[in-house]
Design a protein around this ligand. Structure first.
Ligand code: ACO
Length: 367
């Protein structure tokens, strides 16, 4: 049975940075309060012309370059996002088109901030079963579009960005070792975003009721999060037949430093074993775990042969964890430059649109 290895990684964050001081000019809050209660100093906010697919494509190109994998050799693209560009088409399909991943199946996966762990699990299972050889696993968000900038309970927390990992099949043991996924829909009302859904179709009243913004019971989410971070970590390690001592790094969902500190206390681990960057990105939902992992890999913090546990929670409620061994890129021949392929992808997309138009003319004539 092949193993699913992490062979490529990339991230992208919008250049524009919103500091706590900037937010304190919009709502009654302060840099000191936000830092003390959340650990966040700043977050990145997408420009009007930056979308989840824009950020994801930038991050994907970097990840494919590291993996030395051509976009046309990708078998599957899973895009986990809580801020999809449309209800349909899937954001994953927009990414597939912009990358020119001509052979890849593509779909979106929504499990809120746990989405990346769910997506990694799905991609790894497909590789382990032998049905595919490679998958692009994406977490990408522009949740800033759904924030009520007058609500100090939520507007201080979230940021935009994308993180991507490449999974590839190899006979060498390692890669994704085990994962656990959980949900509890009875807590669905604790964190919601309703606009444009079939329950709250876009309407004047939905806008007036504020259904187009994130609504959250912060205290309840906090309590739930601190509980499950510890239990999910123990559970995933038991599944992999590992103990905490055999894992070097915990990569938690970056929602609030106090939640991460509570997890560290619960697991009886020092904070040095946790990869943390919430200070500079805030909560980027499905993108938070891959962004933290990519930064750690780029800094050389995680070394080949080391084991990690990703653990996260989010709306739904959902939570989960994934244990993996990072073996580094699989040696491959040639030198792939996916960024050069982007132009070809754009041309290909235009040609396919033109062909569909021409085909349509003939089809109409035949009717
Ligand atoms: N600035 C100043 N004061 C504030 C602010 C603010 N931004 N926000 C709330 N307060 C006030 C409250 O009004 C309250 O005042 P009161 O005592 O007079 O009523 C006081 O500060 C304490 O408020 P709490 O809600 O008790 O503050 P808490 O310490 O719980 O922190 C927070 C709030 C940061 C939202 C915290 O509960 C939290 O992080 N929860 C988890 C949220 C989370 O992780 N969500 C994402 C989930 S993942 C996903 O799926 C997207």
């Amino acid at each position: 049975m092949p193993y699913a290895h992490i062979t490529g990684w990339g991230m992208s964050a919008p250049e524009s940075v919103l500091t706590n001081d900037d937010i304190s000019k919009m709502v009654e809050t302060s840099d000191a309060w936000i830092r003390e209660r959340t650990g966040i100093r700043e977050r990145h906010i997408a420009r009007d012309d930056q979308f989840p697919s824009t950020l994801a494509v930038e991050a994907s190109i970097k990840a494919l370059k590291v993996a030395n994998l051509h976009p046309r050799d990708l078998d599957l693209i899973i895009c986990s996002t809580s801020s999809p560009e449309h209800i349909f088409p899937a954001t994953a399909c927009l990414i597939q088109d912009q990358l020119g991943a001509t052979k890849a199946g593509a779909f979106d996966l929504l499990a809120a901030c746990t989405g990346f762990i769910y997506a990694m699990n799905m991609g790894a299972q497909a590789i382990r079963s032998g049905s595919i050889k490679s998958a692009l696993i994406i977490g990408t968000e522009t949740l800033s579009r759904f924030i009520n900038w007058k609500d100090r309970n939520t507007c201080i927390l979230f940021g935009d960005g994308a993180g991507v990992l490449v999974l590839q099949a190899s006979e060498q043991p390692g890669g994704v070792l085990s994962s656990v996924l959980h949900s509890d829909g009875s807590g669905g009302d604790l964190l919601t975003l309703g606009r444009g859904s079939s329950r709250y179709p876009a309407s004047e009243s939905a806008i007036l009721d504020g259904k187009h913004y994130i609504e959250m019971d912060g205290k309840e989410i906090f309590r739930f999060a601190t509980r499950i971070m510890v239990s999910a970590t123990h559970e995933v390690l038991a599944g992999a037949g590992l103990t905490l001592d055999q894992v070097q790094w915990i990569i938690p969902h970056q929602a609030n430093i106090r939640i991460i500190e509570a997890a560290a206390r619960g697991l009886k681990l020092p904070m040095e074993r946790f990869i943390v960057n919430v200070e500079h990105y805030g909560n980027t939902s499905a993108a938070s775990i891959p962004i933290a992992m990519v930064e750690a890999l780029e800094k050389g913090q995680i070394k080949p042969g080391e084991r990690i546990v990703m653990v996260g929670f989010g709306a739904g409620l959902t939570w989960g964890a994934l244990a993996a061994e990072w073996t580094g890129p699989i040696p491959s021949k040639g030198h792939v430059r996916p960024e050069r392929y982007r132009l070809f992808a754009r041309l290909r997309s235009l040609v396919r649109r033109a062909l569909r138009f021409i085909e349509g003319l003939f089809y109409r004539r035949e009717l």
